[in-house]
Design a protein around this ligand. Sequence first.
Ligand code: SF4
Length: 128
Amino acid sequence: MEESSQSVVRVIRCIVCPTGCEIQVKKNESGDISFEGYTCKRGLEYAQQEYYEPKRILTTTMRVQNGFLPLVPVRTDVPILKDKLEEAVKEIAVKQIKAPIKAGDILIENILGSGANIIASRDLSEIQ
Ligand code: SF4
């Protein structure tokens, strides 16, 4: 039987473990996608997630009332969909939080219904 030709549409470096396997995403003439080069199931899952629905940890800053600094660095506690990052940044930009703040405090719960919380990345005390 003749094999249908496949072309590499993307190469994804797996970051799940230090081995760093290079996973090729291939498409055949019918448009079917396949993954090659992973050496374990976790790698396949990572590549599928990264190809179909990439996620990232969001890091930005949030305005602070009463703080000794006007902004506090914040991040999501888990990765969120890459195509929601911009909307999430806009949501954070219109909010203001009161000092004092402790690293790890949840400042916005379940942002955009993503399941991720926005947490403080550092302590920030009140202005004296
Ligand atoms: S595919 Fe498996 S072995 Fe390779 S980097 Fe990913 S987790 Fe590690």
